[in-house]
Ligand binder design. Structure first.
Ligand code: MCN
Length: 786
């Protein structure tokens, strides 16, 4: 039995989701079995760039094969995949067909499809497809791709440049002109592979007689999948139902409309049978989007005491071979975040998007903001080193004071609220900052082969994507609102229908908590319905840490409306004015009249029976709310990392990691902690472990879990977490997002620690991931060796 609680919000409720997840009762898309299903397998290019001639017909004679097509066979039936964010008026957006027709442009580019009675038959029959590959020159490096005479990824485009974007705030030249201190650095954000636990999968069941389709997809965005399938196929939206059943993680990689989704849809219509496709892990490495891949050139100008005057940022961002749904927008989402939590007089941002013969990039946890935060937090450390000032002190000299909020920062955003002093004070206390520095000094003095580095990251990020107008002004085709419906059923149980689509974040639990508090009903009486366009027709899905700050607020607003309706009916039933009623513990009571009460469940039944209602009252207790967010919210925090770096082997060991995050009001502390843990694991993975590497021919040579080396639990330290709570002022719940915060904050904290350990040796940077080899090379170079 669950104890009665005063307030659900703030309570560390165990997740309602977990029982079925940990007892094998999940519904992954691949588990769904429908009679008559046929299975698709894709032939993918083994060459990074080649002219292709594909004859799929021999595969049609293989055992169990129902159909086999080349890209050319389906050219008229398959539309190009969408790219929804036009970042500049003159961007280059080459056509991106689900199956390449005459040229393959990266290893993994799909060139033919086989449909068979079993998956094994489909895969076997791929061998029968005849392909002539005529190799074309390959370009993998962004700077080489921009050079004159470089091979072109898309011949017709005449260039490998997708877009050039720039923005200037304040007088940058003046800020740099006579600045006593200037620090320039180049950082490389390596290419990453998202590695969700569940690979992608899609199952499409058509009803030929009615022209209806049901689509199950391991996606973060069922509503967008429905919209784009409708737009690309011409089938009316109303005939398409998209269900995101249990989805085993996405981290941004399932925020896309993929070739296989459109293919399965078109083939299901063509064959009149359910078509299923499930990705192998190798395909997930090659054909699901990659993340990051930027070269960042930065320059800071500062006064002699380290006060920042200006910042210049120039990015090269690798698009890969094609644009996916949001590809060119991802580096630009960092545009306003490079200034971080710091005050400055001027800022210039430039970014060039470049095509290469590699897997397309797109959103990966944090999407643009981890890159920006990394850069500014590394720069603050470099500035501190230049002036021999403690890096924490350097941050204090430059950050926005707690009494300066709301703060209009240099890149045009208004930071809602924050208290960097408080979060930092708590973090330094938990970390024993002074003690760590003392130990570091001892190790330096005794020339200990294992040096101690201290890394700081005082971050903020924009989340709660996003005000629709802001998106529209920047070339995005869609909006940023979110929808919810709350209804109390005749039995008094509550359904909250939401437009967000969780894939591991625990929305069923946290949204139940919000509704339970608002309506005074038990937590277990609330059901949250999501991820099915038939049950929740309106929604813009889950990404950008928006689900609570936008979707949760919509749920709360809808519940408020239901409460308002219930109050009207309760007053009618109790024959008093609404002003005479007070509501607590799920009951309306007439002030000053003991015993004159109606529980919200009684009112719900009365609203259902509708025997006695005030004039104009609509039967049942149900309400919708579509919330347009006022603005972003800006979580922040201070992360401190102590790293031991073995100067003989290059091995890095995280000894201590403290994260104090401020995500405003917290609905569920345990879920928030889990989100931070997962985020830290991914941020640390970038700092120390992961990189997608290609050979000179464009083969992904880290194409398995063994080669890519994502960290497991044993590779990660125990984290010390705490929070400060500065409510957001942009939503009535005071909440800020947490889904990406840990990832955004942690990468620079770890790399700053590694560089800090090695500074006495003259090391100024260690390229990510800071593997023993990279550390060893950085040390050797600094010592003047090879
Ligand atoms: N929450 C809370 N109090 C707060 C903030 C959040 O209780 N002040 C709760 C929310 O109610 C929700 C969870 O924390 O249950 C995350 O909320 P939010 O920050 O709104 O983020 P979203 O739900 O929109 O999730 C998206 C975010 C992103 S962008 C990525 S990437 C990511 C992430 O979530 N991918 C994930 N976390 C993930 N977690 C899992 N398990 N799997 C992924 O793929």
């Amino acid at each position: 039995m669950t104890a009665t609680r005063d307030r659900e919000v703030g309570t560390a409720r165990r997740r309602k989701e977990d029982a079925h997840l940990i007892t094998g009762q999940t519904t992954w898309t691949d588990n769904i079995q429908l009679p008559g299903t046929v299975h698709a397998a894709l032939l993918r290019s083994p060459m990074a760039h080649a002219r292709i001639r594909v004859d799929a017909s021999p595969a049609r004679h293989e055992p169990g094969v129902v159909a086999a097509y080349s890209g050319a066979d389906l050219a008229d039936e398959l539309a190009g995949l969408p790219s929804a964010w036009q970042v500049t008026p003159d961007w280059v957006a080459p056509e991106h067909k689900p199956l390449a027709t005459d040229e393959a442009r990266y290893v993994g580019d799909a060139i033919a499809v086989v449909v068979a009675d079993t998956r094994a038959h489909a895969v076997d029959a791929l061998d029968a497809i005849e392909v002539e590959y005529e190799p074309l020159p390959v370009v993998l490096d962004m700077e080489q791709a921009m050079a004159d005479g470089a091979p072109l990824v898309h011949q017709d485009a005449g260039t490998n440049v997708c877009f050039r974007y720039s923005d200037t705030f304040g007088d940058v030249d003046a800020a740099f002109a006579d600045a006593p201190v200037r620090v320039r650095r180049r950082f490389v954000q390596q290419r990453l592979v998202p590695c969700a636990m569940e690979p992608r999968a899609v199952l499409v069941a058509p009803v030929p007689a009615t022209g209806e389709y049901t689509v199950w997809s391991a996606t973060q965005i069922p509503h967008f999948v429905r919209l784009f399938l409708a737009l690309l196929s011409g089938v009316p939206e109303s005939r398409i139902r998209v269900i995101a059943p249990d989805v085993g993680g996405g981290f941004g990689s399932k925020l896309d409309i993929y070739a296989e989704e459109l293919l399965a849809f078109v083939l299901a219509g063509k064959l009149g049978r359910p078509v299923k496709w499930t990705e192998t892990r190798s395909e997930a490495f090659q054909a699901t989007i990659h993340g990051r891949d930027q070269i960042q050139d930065l320059e800071l100008a500062a006064d002699a005491d380290g006060r920042i005057r200006g910042l210049r940022v120039d990015l090269l961002a690798d698009m890969g071979a094609y644009l996916q749904l949001l590809t060119p927008a991802i580096p630009l989402l960092g545009r306003a975040m490079f200034p971080g939590i710091y005050k400055m007089d001027a800022y210039r941002f430039g970014c060039t998007g470049v095509f290469t013969d590699k897997t397309p990039t797109d959103a990966y946890r944090g999407a643009g903001r981890p890159e920006a935060t990394f850069a500014i937090e590394r720069m603050l450390d470099e500035l501190a080193a230049e002036l021999s000032v403690d890096p924490l002190e350097m941050r204090r000299r430059n950050w926005i004071g707690h009494d300066e909020f709301p703060y209009d920062q240099i890149a045009g955003l208004t930071y809602d609220s924050g208290n960097y002093e408080a979060a930092t004070a708590r973090a330094t206390e938990l970390f024993d900052y002074d003690g760590m520095r003392a130990e570091q000094a001892r190790r330096r003095e005794t020339q200990d082969p294992v040096q101690l580095g201290i890394g700081i990251s005082t971050y903020t990020e924009m989340c709660g994507l996003a005000p629709s107008r802001w998106l529209g002004d920047r070339g995005y085709a869609g909006g940023g609102w979110e929808a919810a419906t709350v209804r109390i059923l005749p039995t008094g149980k509550v359904e909250a229908v939401v437009g967000t689509s969780p894939h591991g974040q625990g929305h069923v639990t946290t949204f139940s908590q919000l509704v339970a508090d608002t309506l005074g009903v038990p937590f277990d009486d609330v059901e949250v319905i999501h991820g099915d366009t038939a049950a929740a027709p309106a929604g813009l899905d889950t990404y950008g840490s928006r689900s609570l700050a936008v979707g949760g607020v919509a749920v709360w607003r809808a519940a408020q409306r239901v409460l308002g309706k219930a109050k009207t009916l309760a007053a009618h039933l109790l024959e008093v004015s609404e002003d005479d009623l007070e509501f607590s513990g799920g009951s309306f009571a007439v002030r000053g009249t003991p015993g004159a009460t109606k529980s919200i469940q009684e009112v719900a039944f009365a609203a259902f029976a509708a025997h006695s209602m005030p004039d104009g009252f609509e039967p049942t207790l149900s309400a919708d709310f579509v919330l347009e967010p006022d603005d972003f919210s800006f979580p922040h925090g201070t992360h401190l990392c102590a790293a031991e770096v073995d100067t003989e082997t290059g091995r890095v060991t995280i000894r201590s990691y403290v994260a104090v995050d401020d995500v405003g009001t917290v609905v569920n502390p345990m879920i928030v902690e889990g989100q931070v843990h997962g985020g830290l694991a991914q941020g640390i993975a970038q700092a120390l472990h992961e990189v997608a590497r290609y050979d000179a021919d464009g083969n992904l040579i880290t194409g398995t879990m063994v080669d890519y080396t994502p960290p497991s639990a044993v590779d990660l330290p125990a984290f010390t977490l705490d929070r400060t709570e500065t409510p957001s002022t942009t939503n009535p719940l005071g909440v800020k997002g947490v889904g990406e915060a840990g990832t955004i904050a942690s990468t620079p904290a770890v790399v700053n620690a590694v560089v800090d350990a090695l500074r006495p040796f003259g090391v100024r940077d260690v390229p990510m991931p800071c593997t023993p080899e990279h550390v060893w090379r950085a040390l050797s170079e600094a010592r003047g060796g090879a």
